[in-house]
Design a protein around this ligand. Structure first.
Ligand code: NAD
Ligand code: USQ
Length: 397
């Protein structure tokens, strides 16, 4: 297939692009390198030294003999650039990772709230409009988030995107309606993903676009089979207070002798998936496109659910780190339960990597190797959800 990977320089997009190229697809990465720009703005760096995009692509050509095309286009701001690229490539599929994806960054201040909504909604909408304008029947696979469902914790399993509800009218007649699962976003970033869902619903119905929306949990890990092939292919590893996700942060803190920054009680339960499974799931989704005219296919992309405290205890049991319960900079429940179906990918053959089985390798391989690049100053979570939250500090080592 000819596949465009929007956001293909990022944490999930880069290893996905390599894997699709290895599988024999003709891959074009489209990225405006905004994550690298935001790193500069925040004064942070990936723990792993990421090569610039030209070096990455040259290394891939060297080790695989395959080439990946790259185009620097801001898909939120440059509609004409996106449209002419789509017209030129005429893709069979488009994988859409190209959004501002950090919840803390999206809550930092008015400018980052507005940027996150402008960027994410325009990126998604431009893509949908261009597919319609060009009359392309490409399968659109979007990386959404488990966070659109919210974490109300009522103990019922979250289905894959839709909910059957019983309704009745004043005459007592009853019927069943299948609706999008009600969204309850916990940050402006998650709100942008909730809004994306409505855009997809409209264009699938109105223009019969073929769309798969992957509701992904927190991704952990760094390397995949392909990114290990050369140092210049290494994937990014964020651990700063905005872009670092919880498990990666705990691993870096542990290896560098800091206590693990558990927000509040750590009773927040979240969905997790390893980066290698992200790549597998996207490949599986691409291999199973929905027929034209079908509603948006929503698939939950997670391996397991765990509480933050449970994850911290697991890291502590392997590394001997202490836990520090720091003030929670976010507005979230002290604790929640979370069960979510991952039936579709299970049925398609996914046997996910679990935290308990793979954590130690990851710790040793990446975090130890790049320990010398650790900067404790960037670890505190300083984006506050409300004015009452207290600014983050990193507990003493
Ligand atoms: P990332 O920031 O590393 O990658 C996103 C890439 O998109 C970056 O390279 C960035 O430069 C690019 N980009 C952003 N806006 C763009 C624009 N307007 N035009 C062109 N390129 C643009 O993030 P990631 O962790 O790889 O996440 C990728 C996607 O997966 C996101 O949509 C995110 O919401 C979703 N997701 C990520 C996680 C996770 O834990 N990392 C979990 C669930 C879902
Ligand atoms: N947390 C801590 N300590 C830390 C960092 C985080 O206790 O040092 C807690 C947070 O308070 C939260 C949980 O860990 O309860 C998860 O935080 P996170 O930063 O790992 O993940 P989140 O903000 O939810 O966002 C990440 C990705 C996002 C993706 C989402 C999937 O950045 O792109 O959509 O995971 S999900 O969480 O399923 O919505």
């Amino acid at each position: 297939m000819r596949i465009m990977v929007l956001g293909g320089d990022g944490f999930c997009g880069w290893p996905t692009a390599l894997r699709l190229s290895r599988d024999g697809h003709e891959v074009t990465i489209v990225d405006n390198l905004s994550h690298r720009r935001i790193d500069g703005e925040l004064g942070v760096e990936s723990l792993t030294p990421i090569a610039d995009i030209d070096e990455r692509l040259a290394a891939w050509q060297r080790v695989s003999g395959r080439s990946i095309a790259f185009r620097n286009v801001d898909i939120a701001q440059d509609y004409d650039g996106l449209r002419s690229l789509l017209s030129e490539v005429d893709p069979d599929a488009v994988v859409h990772f190209a959004e501002q994806r950090a919840a803390p960054y999206s809550m930092r201040n008015s400018a980052t709230k507005r940027y996150t909504i402008d960027n994410n909604i325009n990126a998604t909408h431009n893509l949908l409009v261009a597919l319609v304008e060009l009359d392309l029947d490409a399968h659109l696979v979007h990386l959404g988030t488990m966070g659109v469902y919210g974490y109300s914790g009522d103990g019922f399993e979250i289905p894959e995107g839709y909910l059957d509800v019983s309704v009745s009218n004043t005459e007592g007649q009853a019927a069943t309606r299948c609706i999008l699962y009600p969204t309850q976003p916990g940050s402006v970033y998650h709100l942008s993903k909730s809004l994306d869902q409505l855009l997809f619903q409209f264009y699938a119905r109105n223009d019969r676009l073929r769309i798969t929306d992957l509701h992904q949990g927190i991704v952990w890990g760094t390397q995949t089979e392909e990114t290990r092939l050369d140092d210049a292919l290494v994937n990014r590893f964020d651990y700063d207070g905005d872009y670092g996700t919880v498990l990666n942060r705990f691993l870096v803190e542990a290896v560098n002798g800091y206590p693990l920054t558990v927000h509040g009680s750590g009773g927040q339960t979240r969905a997790f998936i390893n980066i290698q499974d992200t790549v597998r799931c996207v490949a599986l989704a691409l291999a199973h496109p929905p027929p034209r005219g079908e509603r948006v296919r929503i698939i939950n992309q997670l391996a397991e659910t765990q509480s933050v405290k449970g994850v911290a205890e697991l890291v502590a049991s392997i590394t001997g780190a202490q836990l520090a319960h720091v003030d929670n900079p976010r507005k979230e429940a002290e604790s929640n339960s979370l069960q979510a179906s991952n039936q579709t990918f299970r049925t398609l053959g996914l046997e996910p990597i679990l935290l308990r089985d793979a954590l130690l390798n990851e710790t040793l391989e990446v975090v130890e190797r790049f320990k010398h690049r650790f900067n404790p100053d960037v670890v505190p979570a300083r984006s506050l959800w409300t004015r009452e939250n207290r600014p983050g500090v990193l507990p003493d080592p």
